[in-house]
Structure formats: structure tokens, C-alpha cells
Design a protein around this ligand. Sequence first.
Ligand code: NAP
Length: 280
Amino acid sequence: MILVTTGGKVGSETARLLAERGVPVRILVRDPDKAAALARSGVEIAEGDLEVPGTIDAAMKGVSSIVLVSPPVVRQELNAVDAAVRAGAGHIVKVTAKASSDSPVVRRRNQHEIEQGVIASGLGYTFLRNNAYMQNFLMMAPGIARTSSFSTATGDGRIGHIDARDVAAVAAEIAASPDGHAGKEYWPTGPEVLSSAQAAEVLSKVLGRTITFNPISYEEQKQAMIRVGLPEAVAEDNAKAVSMMADGDCDYVTDDVPSLLGRPARSFERFATDFARAFS
Ligand SMILES: NC(=O)c1ccc[n+]([C@@H]2O[C@H](COP(=O)([O-])OP(=O)(O)OC[C@H]3O[C@@H](n4cnc5c(N)ncnc54)[C@H](OP(=O)(O)O)[C@@H]3O)[C@@H](O)[C@H]2O)c1
């Protein structure tokens, strides 16, 4: 049995893919109603909350591998790691990012602390240090639908965006067959690096109308995030991460996805085509 925490973009697709392969899979979610489609696909649903260790212990019964994919809240993910140790699980696939102890971005420092906890647990582990998700564009989709434009502080920085569905496919593959992946870290990316101006060109081609990219400053990015309701500290952290992209922080691609899956990583054009309705 594989346990996936939680049922967000990556977790729900990971669970769906495992069920499709006939691998017994359980997903820990706070609200089972949101996981109704997964239940119909054969995924076992465990109602739980990463804040409440007893609920994680219940979800952990008989589990051999875990896909740890949750917001980078140190206490919550380490609760899951502790529960995995108590349950005698064998392997953790940890979905993470460019984590480091001295990153200016708080969530990357948190990811580093969680990774250290995973290593210290003594369980087998694999880290997926993913590049930025293409699905981040979906947060801007209502604005793109309305104004045919989007604004970010990414400047001319190029980004090796990865489709979150490919992150899920990699996580499912490793969780189902962890042999050979213990103690390894991968850097999954998409197949190409694109600046935001180039991403706008792809969106224009796919959507059949001109989509314009408006560069904005770090401060404008932060204020825009506060306006959509993010707490100031989170807006500041996100704006920092976005501004670092302008300086080349995400300007790299690897062949991890094709090497692990035996097929190419999805392109940004594929993503834009599959999610065209959200931008229209
Ligand atoms: N976005 C990026 O560009 C990017 C890049 C690299 C790495 N990552 C990493 O990817 C991971 C996020 O993956 P994602 O995009 O799939 O996440 P997501 O779509 O934001 O989903 C997060 C899920 O966590 C659930 N959740 C929140 N608090 C919970 C709790 N206390 N107990 C149980 N469930 C809880 C939420 O459920 P509810 O529906 O109940 O709220 C939601 O389903 C993070 O580790 C992040 O650092 C992201």
C-alpha cells in the first residue's frame, strides 16, 4: 500500500496514476468530498489532517511507501515522517523544491528542514527538487481570460517549468518501485526554458488571440499578491521567489523526467492546450 499526503495538484494525480496501474493506494485528505472522483478511480480515502498525528497513524496502516506532498509546513510534514517510522514504512518520496538552509525564501528553508528530518528518520528516501510548476499559470488564468495579459516580476528570466502532472508521474513511478532510487535526489523540469514573454507567445498561439506579458517590479508583485488576499509575509516570500526567477534562478532543464519515465516531459504548449478553457 502506498500513502499519498495530500490531495492537491500533485497528490491527486499521483494517486490516480497508481490506481490506474493497479497499485494499492491511499490518500490522506481533510475533506473526503473533494476526493470523490479519486474514490471512484479505486483510491482508498483516509480522512486526516497533518496537524493531527493520530489521523496520520490511522492512514499509515500497512503502508510500504509514502509520497510526501504537502504545503512546506515543517511540523506537519515531520508529523507524517514520524508516523511513517512508527508504521515501519520503507520509503518516502518527498516532493520538494530548490531547498537550502540559507535561501532568502522561507518556504525553501522549511523544505530544507523537512528534508533533514526525512534523512534523519533512517527511512529510504528520494527527493524530487522540482522546477516551477506550469500550473502556477492557472492562478493567473482568470486575469488572462479577462484581459488577455498577465503581469509578473520574472523579467527576462527563463524558467524550465514542469507540468505538475509529470511531477506526479515521477512520484508514482518511484513510489511503486523504489529500488535504485534510495538516497537520490532528482531535479525534474519540463523540456525547455521559456521567458514569460515566450510563454505569452505560446499562450497566444494556443488560444488564438494575443496574450501580452507586462513585466512588473518586486514591490508591485508583492502588492498584487496582497490584493488577492495573501497574508503580507506569504506575499513577500512568493514575490521574492518570483523575482529570483528574473535573475536566472529557474533557468535550467534536466533529462530526469524522460530518464525516469521513458517518455518526454510535457511541454508548455501541451499544458496550455490541455488547460485552454481556463484561459478563455
Ligand atoms: N508550485 C510550484 O511551482 C512548486 C515548485 C516546486 C515544488 N513545489 C512543491 O510542491 C508541493 C505542493 O504541491 P501541490 O502544488 O500539489 O500542492 P497544492 O495543490 O497546493 O495542494 C496542497 C494540498 O494540501 C492539503 N493540505 C493543506 N494542509 C493540510 C493539512 N493540514 N492536512 C492535510 N492536507 C492538507 C490541501 O488540502 P485542502 O483542500 O484540505 O486545503 C491541498 O489539497 C510543495 O511541497 C511545494 O513546495 C511547488
